[in-house]
Each structure stands twice: as C-alpha cells, then as structure tokens.
Design a protein around this ligand. Structure first.
Ligand SMILES: [Zn+2]
Length: 389
C-alpha cells in the first residue's frame, strides 16, 4: 500500500487520499500556507459582516463545544460578527462536554439553540447505524448539517460558519483555494457516508415521528441563498497552537486514552473509544493519526517519532461497556455486536486506564498541557440545562 513519505497517511484513507509522487495531497495542500495570498480571513469576515439578518445575526455557528469551536466563536466576535450558536445534543456528551458547551455560551454571552432530538427515536437510529453502517455518528451528522441549514433559513441568516474543512486539511481532497462550501454533495460524500437519509431509513418503519423532518437536508432550491464555509480555508488554522489559548476562557481540556491532544474532540463519551474503534475497523487508522500528521506538517514532531507514537496507540485495548449500557441491550446482544460488528473476542475489550505512551511526551511537548487536563467523571449525560433564544 502506498504511504506518504512526509506524513502517516496511506492510500486506504476513507476519502481516498491522492498522491503527487510520494507525497499525499494532505501534505501538498498544507504547503499552500506558504502562498503570500493564502490568508484571506479579513475579506471573508468583511463579507460575513456585510449581511446581517433581520433577526440580528450574521452567521449560524454549529458547535459541539470543543476547543476549535471556541476559536471559531472568538474569531467571529473579534471581527464584529454576531453568531447564533447551534449545538445538537447527540446524547454522547460527558460532564466535561456539557461544561465546555455551556461555558462557551456563557463566556461569550451569545445566543444559542441546543436541539435535543427525541431520545428513543435517536437511540434507535444509532442502533440501526451501528449495525448497517458500522457507524454511531451518522444520525448526528444528518441532524447537525441539516438542522443548521434549516435554522439559517428560518432565521434568514446568510452564512453558516464552521471551523475545519476536514477533507482539505487531512487528505487534500480540496485545495484551500477551492473554498469548498456546505452543500448536500459535500455532506453526502464526506459526512453522510454516501447515504441519503431516505436510503438510511428504508421503507416506512420510522416514519411519522415529530422530529424526523430535522434529519432531512433541505432541498437545494429552498436553501440556495445560504452559504456555509470553513474558516480553515482562509487562514493558517493550527489547532496545535491556537487551541491551547482557550483554557483561559474557561475551557476544560481532557486527558484522553487514545490521543495526546487534550483539546480536540474532547467531552464525548464515544469519540476516542467506540467511534475510534469503528474507524480503525472500517478504515484502518485511529484519529490520533490525523493529529500526528498535523504535528508533522507543522514540524513539531518528526515522521519517525510520529510513527513510533502511533504504534503505541494502536496497541491499546478498548472499553465498550458504557456504550452497551447506553444502548440498553442485553449481554447476548453486546456479545453479538462485539463479535460481528467490531470483530473482536470478549477478552479483547476491557477497561483501559488513561496512560499516554512515554514516547509521546518525549516527542511532543504536550506533557504540561496534559497535566493540566481533567478526566470526565460522568459519561453519557442526557443534558444539564436547555437554553432557548
Ligand atoms: Zn502526507
């Protein structure tokens, strides 16, 4: 299999990373930062600021509540943009996740909508997604990307602002200068696993629920006035550098089992556990590889050290018990899932203590940041409080 000579990407990436010679397109697009015309952030913020909705907002900003979201909201406010925050309760938040989301809203004193879907229906969709698509985030992805567009339409807001254009940053499916925009095509290919909600639901059995409509992407002719864009296309987006600063805004960083980075995608009960296991089984890599690639590309770690660190993470074991409890299934059902969906024997999945390979701290200067980080006490919190605008 072809492997990039600069980072750890290989040709088996789910988004089919391309190569230019022996270098992956993710590394090639990263180098676009050296272009003197790369930073177009002031133009993009001017453009967003020029369109204020009758409801007073310049942009809908969908968030989970992690450090990249803090950076996004701060950038908006610093540039005179009044954001309407949208969070979807995916029922996977930990206590740290809820703290970070509520603190983001309180600290920046911004209007927000927290959408909590019908739990029983949502849970059934997660089960269906797990068995059929080997994925637990698909229902959330449908909601996040469809509902954010609906909210923009409802509030007559022109822009939707998101932090990272992942297919550009990680695998180079786009150039930054393509300025990829939110569209059904984009989400279909990179977020919806090339499955429209109608095909995912199949015929009939789940029809008629109150919030089914929230999962369905609006038709193009109704939504064409809204523009969704990714800030990482317009500026030197460096989570390894900028996320550290959000601690002083009340953000709680979290020690993780499967990454050295206590800022990105934290506050979830599944992201670095079950979700990462599914990524490994389906696509052959862990999330931390994206983050190691980032550190390699920003020249904060050598490729050799990154490879050693990555091998350490690959050798860690898994804990799926809390997810099985959340899924409310029998022990037999859990065994069936372990064997048939995750392809593992029972003894392979047991509790993993939070210890990060020593290699990581030797290779990357993240140790003091990790020491200052917390460990979640409660997993799968339904919600703490619901805010309305
Ligand atoms: Zn590469």
């Amino acid at each position: 299999m072809k492997i990039c000579e600069r980072c750890l990407n290989d040709a088996a990436q789910p988004f089919r990373v391309g190569f230019l010679g022996d270098v992956c397109l993710g590394c090639i697009t990263h180098d676009e930062r050296d272009d003197p015309n790369f930073d177009r952030s002031s133009q993009i913020f001017d453009m967003i600021r020029s369109k204020r909705s009758p409801t007073g907002y310049h942009a809908v900003v969908p968030v989970f509540g992690d450090a990249d979201d803090y950076v996004t909201v701060k950038l908006c406010l610093d540039n005179g943009i009044n954001p309407l925050i949208l969070a979807i309760n995916n029922y996977f938040y930990s206590d740290i996740g809820w703290h970070n989301l509520q603190n983001l809203i309180d600290f920046f004193d911004v209007d927000s909508v927290i959408m909590s879907p019908n739990f029983v229906y949502y849970q059934s969709l997660v089960k269906r997604s797990l068995v059929r698509k080997r994925d637990i985030y698909l229902p959330y992805q449908y909601l996040l990307h469809s509902y954010s567009l609906k909210l923009a339409l409802e509030k007559k807001v022109k822009y939707i602002v998101m932090p990272i254009n992942q297919p550009c940053e990680y695998t180079g499916n786009f150039s930054h200068f393509d300025e990829a925009k939110k569209s059904f095509w984009y989400h279909f290919n990179f977020d919806f696993q090339r499955t429209a909600i109608e095909d995912f639901l199949g015929s009939g059995s789940l029809q008629g629920l109150d919030d089914l409509e929230s999962y369905c992407y609006p038709e193009h002719h109704k939504s064409s006035g809204v523009v969704g864009l990714y800030l990482s296309d317009y500026m030197n987006w460096d989570p390894g550098l900028q996320n550290v600063n959000v601690k002083q805004l009340g953000f709680v960083s979290e020690k993780q089992t499967r990454t050295f980075d206590p800022f990105q995608r934290v506050g979830s009960s599944v992201y670095y556990e079950l979700h990462d296991l599914l990524r490994l089984k389906k696509h052959g890599y862990l999330k931390v590889r994206d983050q190691l690639n980032r550190e390699v590309r920003f020249r904060r770690i050598s490729r050799d050290n990154a490879l050693r660190v990555y091998d350490e993470y690959l050798s860690k074991t898994w804990n799926l018990d809390t997810f099985y409890q959340w899924l409310d299934i029998t022990k037999t059902g859990a065994q069936w899932l372990s064997e048939h969906v995750f392809g593992m024997k029972e003894q392979e999945c047991h509790f993993t203590s939070i210890d990060t390979p020593r290699e990581v701290w030797q290779a990357i200067n993240w140790s003091s940041l990790n020491d200052m980080s917390s460990t979640s006490v409660k997993q799968f919190c339904m919600f703490e409080k619901e805010l309305h605008i």
